[in-house]
Design a protein around this ligand. Structure first.
Ligand SMILES: Nc1ncnc2c1ncn2[C@@H]1O[C@H](COP(=O)(O)OP(=O)(O)O)[C@@H](O)[C@H]1O
Ligand SMILES: [Mg+2]
Length: 393
């Protein structure tokens, strides 16, 4: 088999040298262009399997070169990784919008670059996003805590991992806790990533671009993160208020990309959350068996009924079900006048040590009782939702 051909487009001689050395060591054939214009030429004539594209270059910068390469392409789409010197999200999104498939911030570790290259080659470049777009319309499942601290975020993350790993479902996770999203902490991710701010503010958002804005976690789940700061959250709220269809678009594109889109919601009942409730296929109300939670669940159920949702759209998930609270499942069910649909067991140590280490228990200890309990929930969810017809849209 011929060696995989990588085209390096960079004007910096030192970077050229390092990249050529690293890539050759990995068995790649390497071509080099020292400016954007010759990069475009070589992309056309040499048909590389992948391109590493610097941003700041003489003659033609990396954005323009990428755009020209994309415009000249017919059918086959070469994967392009931008080499940016900016950790600035705006700059990075600009590269992705120009048609890059991924980006990496300089200076980077050669191992990280190799991992990105291999991931991209394995994905088959940008082709699969388009193919996926036609074939799927996934389910939108939102997780709403009846009060703070009941385990909403924990369940959303670990269920997403179980769906991905154990059930082989493509799963996207959206952190819709606009002001105080926790996913970066729970999953040990940095602030310099794209977020829901970029997705909702992007006028030409398509599934390809949304896919690029999702952050890939090593467990296989892909995340659309919350805004990096509470101030940035205002941008999202404002945009949703003025253009609810922009938010709809984000959700629908995600349903095209993933079998399951799970959304971790904040507690407030505002326009943003009402739209999420409306668009969801299922609302999982997460609760524990204590009095204040039961009171809140009752209010939530009333609200859902007044919104005209079918009973089956709203499902109750009792977390920490076997923790001693003085209220058992039967008591809770009779207080609510309806069944608890799912239960997840209590395992305080497992949950908290996972949190502190930034490694979800579903990834580090899937065989623990808590891990098994969440897998069981994911299975039940999958069975339930696969059996239902897709929501008409
Ligand atoms: N099933 C469980 N057993 C024991 N502790 C849990 C369980 N689920 C969540 N926790 C713990 O509860 C706390 C709150 O969880 P979190 O997911 O942040 O809740 P929320 O998102 O509803 O505010 C965390 O310390 C978490 O480790
Ligand atoms: Mg939370």
């Amino acid at each position: 088999m011929a060696a995989t051909k990588v085209l390096v487009v960079d004007d910096d001689l030192n970077i050229q040298r390092v990249l050529v050395f690293t890539l050759k060591q990995e068995g790649f054939e390497v071509l080099v262009a020292s400016d954007g214009a010759s990069g475009v030429e070589m992309a056309k004539n040499a048909e590389p399997d992948l391109i590493l594209m610097d941003v700041a270059m003489p003659k033609l910068d990396g954005y323009a070169a990428t755009q020209q390469i994309r415009m000249a392409e017919q059918g086959r789409r070469v994967p392009i990784i931008m080499l940016t010197s900016e950790a600035d999200v705006g700059e990075r999104v600009k590269g992705l919008r120009a048609g890059a498939d991924d980006d990496i911030v300089k200076p980077f570790h050669p191992l990280e670059l190799m991992a990105r290259i291999k991931a991209l080659l394995a994905r088959g470049g940008g082709e699969d996003a388009a193919a996926q777009e036609q074939s799927t319309l996934g389910r939108l499942c939102v997780f709403y805590g009846a009060k703070g601290g009941v385990g909403t975020t924990t369940i959303a993350i670990n269920t997403a991992i179980a769906l991905t790993r154990d059930l082989k479902r493509r799963t996207g996770l959206i952190d819709a806790n606009l002001q105080f999203g926790d996913m970066r902490v729970f999953l040990d991710l940095g602030l310099d990533t794209a977020s829901i701010v970029n997705a909702i503010g992007e006028p030409d958002l398509d599934s390809d671009l949304l896919h690029k804005l999702m952050v890939r976690h090593h467990t296989g789940i892909e995340l659309l993160l919350a805004p990096p700061s509470p101030e940035a959250a205002d941008i999202v709220v404002e945009r949703q208020r003025m253009h609810p269809e922009a938010f709809s678009n984000v959700l629908n594109l995600s349903r095209r990309l993933y079998d399951y889109t799970l959304v971790d919601m904040a507690k407030s009942i505002d326009d943003f959350n009402l739209q999420l409730f409306d668009e969801a296929d299922v609302i999982f109300v997460v609760m524990t068996a204590d009095l204040s939670c039961l009171k809140n669940v009752r209010l939530v159920l009333e609200t859902m009924a007044s919104l005209g949702y079918e009973r089956s759209k709203v499902q109750l998930v009792l977390n920490r079900s076997n923790a001693y609270t003085g209220i058992n499942v039967n008591n809770a069910e009779s207080a609510l006048g309806r069944q608890i649909d799912y239960q997840i067991i209590n395992e305080y140590r497992g949950a908290i040590s996972a949190l502190n280490s930034g490694e979800p228990f579903m990834s580090s200890r899937p065989d623990s009782p808590l891990g098994r309990s969440v897998i069981e929930f994911a299975r039940a969810l999958d069975t339930e939702l696969a059996a239902e017809p897709a929501a008409a849209r």
